[in-house]
Design a protein around this ligand. Structure first.
Ligand code: ADP
Ligand code: ZN
Ligand code: ZN
Length: 728
């Protein structure tokens, strides 16, 4: 059969593939080609071929160059991408592009690049850090290299402040050799695995019994209960069987500490894929995974699309984490795609969390996943004790009540450390004129500007606009401008005044902007130089603070009154993640939560009976309100510089949905977004809600082509979000 025509996926907002004339030589699906699209040359992926096209052949343009001699994307991955394109109703070209590292997207050769890595010489292996007392950076680097026992690269060293300079010094001493390498390194060191606890063993046994076929597991265990140890054992088994494991972690979960734990256990190449790496590093990792040379692949969201010829196991750590859902462009959920991938590949998947998503708990209850519980912390650590602190009528100093201060003094007096959590950056969320009531607002958003005292600026947390703090009221000219409310900066100030003799560290995005400053802060906490920490959700993940015995949540009320139905779930997850930082070692921890709503039923359940009870009650509410996981949602968003246009487009969209017949699907809206104006654009949304997935997708299939034809649609920026994670 002659294949005159190639179907090609091209990154473009149009929901279709494009036909080009095939070159003389055969081109297998999954290969990259260069074609001209409009007037520009683009890189596309060959999806398949055919003898003819819907377009007359004389109108088709030829493929200009074939970029790969062998297909870059194997058939099973192409099939997964097709599935994702269909399920998320997103153009196949953009879906395929999302699966490729940048270098390959740009058409560069599918060849590993020579990358610089650093290996210890025998002298360096022998060297002791006591010779480096005056050079702490070199000492830290040397001990990291000695622990890793591999030719280390930026993926291993990223957070060590100033490592390139220190590396030079070590090279000059003859302790380190730089080498250019195409290969991912494998460590030599192997930690031995600790004997498993009974619950861990049961979890490992259940999953190992399922190797070789699809099975879904929800590994539900509090922070420190040994979930990672379970993953490590399962990976060991996959390795022994010669199979690859894909480990997905949330954006801020892929710390060098986690990587080091993997490297110290497994003497095999580990491919690391996340956005903090250079294009070359990602290219090499991706190619090694695709060639089957990396038995372990650890990555964030987009790593779910890595080609893995010998896939044997998938692990999704912190599966509830919202960062698994892409919030713009191709809005996929990496966790959900991972489950489909496991099904298609016929391998087990383990979703792990201390606070599973309500969706996952419902899936487990419905028998779609096997639930594996790790109820106890590993070793001798015990659960922290949680209590609510009623702050109604309580004077607050810097957002901190007197009983909280007393609790802090008690724990500090016993030699413990204190961690305070407030998910609000800056000094104060509002700057108000005491004489006329004027507040500083963003010119481009419906939002207040946050006052940042350190930088003496006011800043919009939605669009990034910022300007110097005004000296005078913008309304009446008064000089009496006052910060209202509390952010972490203000709490830090109050803490320093209250506890002048105790070191305080603030950990949030502002305080850690400079490279290495986070590490320096963590170091001061670990050494005991600082004993009080105040921070945002940056604190909630990844880091361990063994000496923290008191965790204070300053404001639990944020999640209780949000426009987003998931806010309560997120708040509960956040509280428990932060609580998980306490009492990690042998010291019993205490968690104290400030609230104005101590009688709130869901909050009480969470505190008194734990996350499981909270989740069960929250699921009952979801069922009554017909919200996910008991219904299926798609959100059509539209935005434009003029206020009426998005509404007009969504009105038309609504009529079009009615015209195609929306049996079983409710069309709700259009309504303005909860924050209607953002970055100078007006935003509105239309919500589709269905009791079943099939009805929803049947409607979307017929509806989207009509939306693409809409003339009003060209005047707005619109997007469809299937299974939206956020409702604004
Ligand atoms: P999680 O991933 O659930 O937070 P980890 O696997 O990181 O838990 O375990 C928490 C701590 O307990 C780690 O320091 C780990 O090395 C240790 N640990 C885990 N399992 C065991 C075990 N069976 N015996 C001893 N220590 C363990
Ligand atoms: Zn004023
Ligand atoms: Zn703004």
């Amino acid at each position: 059969m002659s294949r005159a025509v190639l179907h090609i996926a091209i990154p473009s907002p149009l929901r279709r593939r494009f036909d080009y004339l095939a070159p003389m030589e055969p081109v297998a699906p999954g290969s990259r080609v260069q074609v001209s699209f409009g007037r520009r040359p683009v890189v596309g992926i060959v999806l398949g071929g055919a003898a003819g096209s819907d377009v007359p052949l004389e109108k088709l343009r030829p493929v200009e160059a074939v970029l790969d001699t062998a297909p870059l994307l194997p058939p099973e991955l192409l099939e997964l991408l097709h599935w994702a394109s269909t399920y998320y109703h997103h153009p196949i070209g953009e879906v395929c592009a999302a699966a490729l590292p940048v270098a390959l997207r740009q058409g560069q050769p599918a060849q590993p690049r020579g990358l610089r890595r650093y290996r210890l010489t025998p002298a360096g292996t022998e060297a002791g850090t006591e010779q480096l007392k005056r050079a702490p950076r070199q000492a830290a680097l040397l001990s990291r290299l000695q622990r890793l026992g591999i030719a280390a690269g930026p993926d291993d060293l990223a957070e060590l402040d100033g490592w390139p300079g220190a590396m030079k010094r070590l090279e000059e001493k003859g302790w380190v050799l730089a080498e250019e390498t195409l290969m991912l390194p494998a460590s030599a060191a192997t930690d031995s695995a600790p004997p498993l606890g009974a619950a861990q063993q049961a979890a490992v046994d259940a999953v190992s019994a399922a190797f070789g076929g699809y099975a879904g597991f929800l590994l539900d265990g509090v922070t420190g209960s040994g979930k990672t140890e379970v993953y490590l054992r399962l990976i060991e088994q996959a390795l022994a069987a010669g199979r690859q494991t894909l480990v997905l972690v949330p954006e801020i979960g892929l710390t060098p500490q986690l990587l080091e734990r993997f490297r110290r256990r497994f003497p095999v190449p580990i491919a690391v894929l996340h956005s903090g790496l250079s294009d070359g590093e990602r290219l090499n990792a991706w190619l090694a995974a695709r060639a089957g040379l990396a038995p372990i692949v650890i990555g964030t969201r987009s790593a779910v699309f890595t080609p893995l010829p010998n896939l044997g196991l998938i692990v999704v750590d912190e599966e509830h984490d919202p960062s698994f859902k892409q919030q713009d462009g191709f809005r996929y959920s990496a966790r959900d795609v991972a489950v489909v991938r496991a099904q298609k590949a016929g391998v087990p998947i383990v979703l792990g969390s201390a606070t599973p998503a309500l969706e996952s708990l419902a899936n487990a209850a419905a028998g779609r996943y096997t639930r594996l519980e790790l109820p106890e912390r590993a070793g001798s650590a015990v659960h922290p004790h949680m209590r609510l602190l009623d702050i109604r009528h309580q004077p607050l100093d810097g957002g901190i009540s007197e009983p909280m201060v007393r609790a802090m003094r008690h724990h500090l007096g016993q030699g413990g450390q204190v961690l305070l959590f407030l998910n609000r950056r800056g000094y104060a969320p509002v700057l108000l004129c005491h004489d006329c009531g004027w507040v500083a607002t963003c010119r481009r958003c419906d939002a207040h500007l946050t006052y940042h005292a350190g930088q003496k600026r006011i800043r919009c947390h939605h669009c990034g606009t910022e300007r110097p703090v005004p000296q005078q009221c913008g309304g009446c000219g008064s000089l009496d401008l006052r910060p209202i409310g509390h952010g972490t900066e203000r709490v830090e100030e109050a803490l320093r005044a209250r506890f002048p003799d105790i070191g305080v560290e603030r950990i949030d995005r502002d305080a850690t902007r400079r490279k290495g400053s986070l590490e320096a802060k963590l170091e001061r906490v670990h050494s005991g130089a600082a004993r009080i920490l105040i921070g945002t959700q940056m604190l909630a993940k990844g880091h361990h603070f063994p000496d923290v015995t008191l965790v204070g949540v300053l404001d639990a009320d944020q999640g209780l009154f949000s426009a987003d139905f998931r806010a309560g779930e997120r708040m509960a997850q956040m509280i428990l993640q932060v609580a998980g930082r306490a009492g990690r070692a042998e010291r019993p921890g205490e968690v104290v939560i400030q609230t104005h709503h101590p009688e709130h039923p869901l909050l009480r359940l969470l505190i008194e009976d734990g996350y499981g009870a909270f989740a069960a009650a929250a699921l009952v509410e979801r069922r009554q309100a017909e919200l996910p996981p008991y219904s299926f949602l798609a959100l059509l968003r539209a935005e434009a510089p003029a206020t009426a246009v998005p509404q007009a487009f969504l009105e038309e969209a609504r009529r079009l949905a009615e015209s195609v017949g929306h049996g079983g699907v409710m069309v709700l809206g259009p309504v303005p977004a909860p924050m209607e104006r953002r970055a100078g654009r007006y935003r509105a949304q239309l919500l589709l809600q269905a009791a079943g997935r099939t009805a929803l997708h049947r409607l979307l299939e017929r509806w989207l082509p009509l939306l693409e034809e809409s003339k009003t649609g060209r005047k707005v920026r619109w997007s469809l979000d299937v299974d939206p994670g956020e409702m604004f």
